[in-house]
Design a protein around this ligand. Structure first.
Ligand code: ZN
Ligand code: ZN
Length: 99
């Protein structure tokens, strides 16, 4: 799937402690070992993952989601192709941890 970072989000962390924990909790998945961005070669091998605020690319769905990305990809402004193996988790606290 293709996603785009929402840059300039200074949204303070949620009740989970960090957005990465938030992702783990609501995806039911464990944090990937490596950054799940698919690049041509040899793939992103960074391990400094954080929960990034992203949006689906080229979709009418404009909701905000959390997805685990390395710090470099977290700064990127382009479209990222990422692994479908990991879920997008809602960044809306009212739908998740502050329900
Ligand atoms: Zn949370
Ligand atoms: Zn990366």
């Amino acid at each position: 799937m293709k996603i785009k970072n929402i840059n300039g989000t200074s949204q303070t962390t949620c009740a989970c402690g960090s957005w990465l924990k938030h992702w783990e909790k609501f995806s039911g998945q464990s944090v990937p070992k490596y950054c799940p961005v698919i690049t041509n070669h040899p793939g992103c091998t960074k391990k400094d993952l954080a929960g990034a605020h992203v949006r689906k690319y080229a979709s009418s769905d404009e909701k905000w989601y959390i997805y685990p990305l390395c710090s470099a990809h977290n700064q990127s402004t382009g479209v990222l192709e990422v692994s479908d193996s990991y879920k997008l988790v809602s960044a809306n606290k009212k739908e998740t941890c502050e329900k």
